[in-house]
Every structure is written in C-alpha cells, then in structure tokens.
Design a protein around this ligand. Structure first.
Ligand code: FAD
Length: 321
C-alpha cells in the first residue's frame, strides 16, 4: 500500500543531523513506493531542502517563522500540526533524539495517534509496517505495528542506514506559512557548553571512561584515542558522579543511549544501568584490569590490563593505520 510519509528534519548548527537521513530511509520503507515528504522547521530561509532530496525525499515543505529559531515543544508542535493538517500523511517518522522524544508524544496525544518509539529497524510484511524496538534495557526486542491510523514512529540514531546521497535527484520545494501564537515558552538565548568533537549520540566510534580513569586528567588518553579514531568520548555515571567529566557524556539507563559501530569501554565495570545505554553497539571492546568485570561477557574483544598502558598503545597503533 503506497503511503505519503512525512519526515521531520533535524537541524543543528545550520546542518542536517544524520538521523534525518536515516529517518528518510525508514520513511522510504514505510511509504512502499509512495511519497516521502521532508519537513524543515526553522526561522529563516534554508538551503537544506536539496540535501533532503539528495538523500531520498521526493518533496520538501519548508516552514519559516521567527518562533522556530529554537526548539520549543509549543512552537514546533503548532507548526507541525498545521503542516500535518494540510498534508494529511499516512506516516510520520522522526529521530528518537531529545527533540523527537519531546515532540512525538505531544503530536501523538494531540492527534490521538498511536506511536512506536525508539525503533531500530522497520520492514513491511503483508502490507503491514513492522517496527523492531529494544525493551528491558536492550535485553530483548519486540515487534510492533500500528493497525489503525497514521503509522507514526521515532527511530533510534545509528541503526537504520541512510540511503546513498544522490545529488542528481530533484523534487519540489514549497514554503508553507504557519501561525504560531500564545507561546508559553520563549527561548531568548541558548548558551551551550563548548563541546569537543563529534556528537555523542551520532558518533560511529565512542571511547568511554569509567571510574577507572581515576581523575579528569585520566580522560586525556581517551580523548586522544577518540580523536585518532574520529570518535567521541563518553562516560559511565560512576565517572560523572566522581566529577571526572560532565554529565552530558553519561551513557546508560539515565544517560544517553548509543549504538556506535565501535564502543571502547575503559575502566567501566559494566553495571546493568551502563549496559542499558551501549549493549547494542556493533562491536564492543572492553579494557579493564579486573578479569571478572561484568563488561567482559558482553564485549566482542576484551583486554585485561591497565587502561593507562593499553589506551596509549592502541592510539599509537591506530595512528600508524
Ligand atoms: P565502577 O563500578 O567503580 O568500575 C570501575 C571499573 O574500573 C572497575 O571494573 C575496575 O576494575 C576498573 N579499573 C580501575 N582502574 C583501572 C585501570 N587502571 N585500568 C583498567 N580498569 C580499571 N551508570 C551508568 O554508567 N549509566 C547510567 O545511566 C546509570 N544509571 C543509573 C540509574 C540508577 C537508578 C542507578 C541506581 C544507577 C545507575 N548507574 C548508571 C550507576 C551504575 O549502577 C554504576 O554504579 C556505574 O555504572 C559504575 O560506574 P563505573 O563502571 O565507571 O565504576
């Protein structure tokens, strides 16, 4: 059954986040040959529409409004609902990011729709769209489908591969006017902590430190390794609680959920709450001086040793590659 599927594009620092391209790929599957419509919500004319088309969108609706400069559930919600009303799609896909986690339930509640959140795969079986999603902190997977109404899902970053970019694709780009009023939240300014390097939630390689790094300075060899591998640095809550690093780096049940291609855990014991955030990584390497550490059974490669000896050696070897 051909469907029209709407994809919310996510913009950060004037660029599209990778999860947007992954959402387009998921939408292509859901559309079953129907139309994939990209939606850009921002405060100014954007030149990002052609990139959405290059990654598979058939058409792009751009919405420009002063109140869409920064994300607020209220402002984005109002704009989203007006586009929804006009487009009447049969499917909606967005990233399971901080924005998607906040906005999708709001839209679903307003429209009285079902929502499948945090999907890691999508397929169509007998004309039914089936999403796979992790449950019990990633220990099991369940398959869900929406049998009635709009097929609405958020997808976990780094799981559904984006389509190959094709700059020769063309598609219509139209401007859609919205009215945004009575906002309860107005963001005047966002002061961000300076973040070094790659965005943790979209990183292909993560080098994570636990309490075993012993100090803030102990993270330096991990940062060096991450830099050589083009990856990001993450942490256990143990390391964050000990004030070795910022909580924005925390991975786990109460931190970020990540699925990089390579996860290198250094001095992390492997508590269940940490595993909840990283156990679905494609390849896991654990470095721990305790051979009985819980991280080893879920690791693809384990190195029993002192991280302060092992990590610099790995960095030197990767530098040669
Ligand atoms: P530790 O358990 O102290 O482990 C340190 C490890 O480093 C040890 O295995 C040790 O052998 C090793 N080590 C020490 N020195 C070296 C060295 N020189 N070289 C190599 N290895 C070395 N935790 C999270 O991570 N994320 C969460 O989101 C999270 N949410 C939680 C939610 C709740 C409700 C609760 C109760 C807890 C949560 N926790 C979370 C905390 C979790 O239970 C653990 O306490 C925490 O993950 C431990 O962090 P750690 O592995 O860094 O520290």
């Amino acid at each position: 059954m051909a469907r029209k599927v709407l994809v919310l594009a996510e913009i950060r620092d004037n660029a599209l986040r990778n999860v947007t391209f992954e959402a387009i790929a998921a939408a292509k599957t859901v559309a079953e040959g129907g139309e994939v419509v990209g939606m850009l919500l921002s405060d100014r004319a954007s030149n990002l529409a052609s990139e959405l088309i290059a990654y598979g969108a058939d058409r792009v609706v751009t919405v420009e409004h002063d109140q869409l400069c920064h994300y607020t559930a209220d402002g984005f919600g109002q704009a989203f609902l007006q586009v929804l009303e006009a487009e009447k799609p049969e499917g909606i896909i967005m990233g399971h990011t901080a924005l998607g986690k906040d906005l999708a339930p709001k839209i679903a509640a307003k429209m009285e729709l079902g929502l499948i959140s945090d999907a890691t795969a999508v397929e169509v079986v007998d004309e039914q769209v089936i999403f796979t999603r992790p449950i019990y902190s990633g220990k099991a997977f369940e398959k869900n489908s929406i049998s009635d109404g709009i097929v609405f899902a958020t997808i976990r970053p780094n799981n559904i591969p984006a389509l190959v970019k094709d700059g020769t694709r063309t598609g219509e780009v139209s401007l859609f006017n919205v009215e945004i009023k009575d906002l309860r939240t107005i963001i005047k300014e966002i002061v961000r902590k300076t973040s070094e390097g790659v965005d943790l939630s979209e990183a292909k390689v993560i080098v994570a430190g636990g309490r075993g790094v012993k100090s803030a300075d102990g993270f330096e060899p991990l940062k060096e390794l991450a830099k050589v591998l083009g990856g990001a640095v993450g942490a256990s809550r143990g390391a964050c609680d000990a004030e070795y690093c910022d909580y924005s780096l925390q991975i786990g049940q109460t931190g970020k959920v990540v699925t990089p291609d390579l996860y290198i855990a250094c001095g992390v014991s492997g508590a269940i709450q940490h595993l909840a955030g990283m156990s679905n990584s494609k390849v896991i390497v654990a470095i721990n001086k305790d051979p009985e550490a819980n991280i080893f059974p879920i690791a693809d490669y384990g190195i029993v040793g002192d991280l302060f000896e092992v990590v610099p050696l790995l960095t030197e070897e990767f530098k040669k590659a």
